[in-house]
Design a protein. Structure first.
Length: 214
């Protein structure tokens, strides 16, 4: 398969997304996006099994509503990376702003560094992984899926959580309404570490977990 290189700054987000949707997957499966210049909405609505490597930091709503692609960002991301993703994977080597994995239906969003507030809010399924710390209201109104934070979570973690689990390797500053803090069992810890090994992030000996109050 051929690897295609595209200059994001030269083309612009709108034309780039149109080109991505027109690509023949039989001819091109991997793309290198250079000079992203913190552009917004890259990969929005993309429903192809493409692999995108973004050579630099990216703006808001990376991969919003995508279904299938694998995106790797060699830099940071703005607000809402992985918004309403159905399937596929986003891996951000740096940090991300607010709302990473917002409304996630499936797939996986990984942020190797820190995240802002409301990570995984309104998510229904899938997995959000944060290699560093996550800000306040992590898991706000979550319906399902799992959030794995290797560092600390900020105030009001699990605010109004309805389903799913938030695993925390560090400290929990405070809990939100309807959230309960428990210790994860050995089988859960092993399952988490297996996922972390797959993406080459360090595991933990123990995790606490935040779940809805019964």
């Amino acid at each position: 398969m051929n690897t295609q290189k595209i200059d994001v700054k030269e083309l612009g987000s709108k034309k780039l997304n149109k080109r991505l949707k027109e690509i023949d997957e039989e001819e091109v499966r991997e793309l290198e996006l250079i000079r992203p210049e913190s552009s917004h909405f890259l990969g929005a609505g993309l429903r192809k099994r493409l692999r995108l490597r973004i050579k630099g930091s990216i703006g808001y709503y990376l991969g919003t509503c995508m279904d299938g692609p694998v995106i790797r960002v060699e830099g940071n991301a703005g607000w809402y990376p992985g918004d309403n993703v159905t399937s596929g994977e986003i891996f951000i080597e740096g940090s991300a702003g607010d709302g990473a994995g917002q409304g996630l239906y499936g797939g996986r969003v990984t942020v190797k560094g820190n995240c802002g507030s409301r990570t995984g809010q309104l998510m229904k399924n899938g997995t959000v992984i944060v290699g560093g710390n996550s800000g306040f209201m992590t898991g706000l109104y979550a319906f399902g899926g799992q959030i794995i934070v290797l560092g600390d979570v900020g105030e009001m973690a699990g605010e109004s959580i309805l389903g799913g689990t938030i695993y925390v390797g560090g400290e929990v500053t405070s809990l939100g309404k309807n959230a309960v803090l428990e210790q994860a069992g050995p089988e859960e810890v092993e399952e988490i570490n297996e996922v972390l090994r797959e993406i080459e992030l360090p595991g933990e000996d123990s995790f606490s977990k935040i779940i809805p109050r019964e």
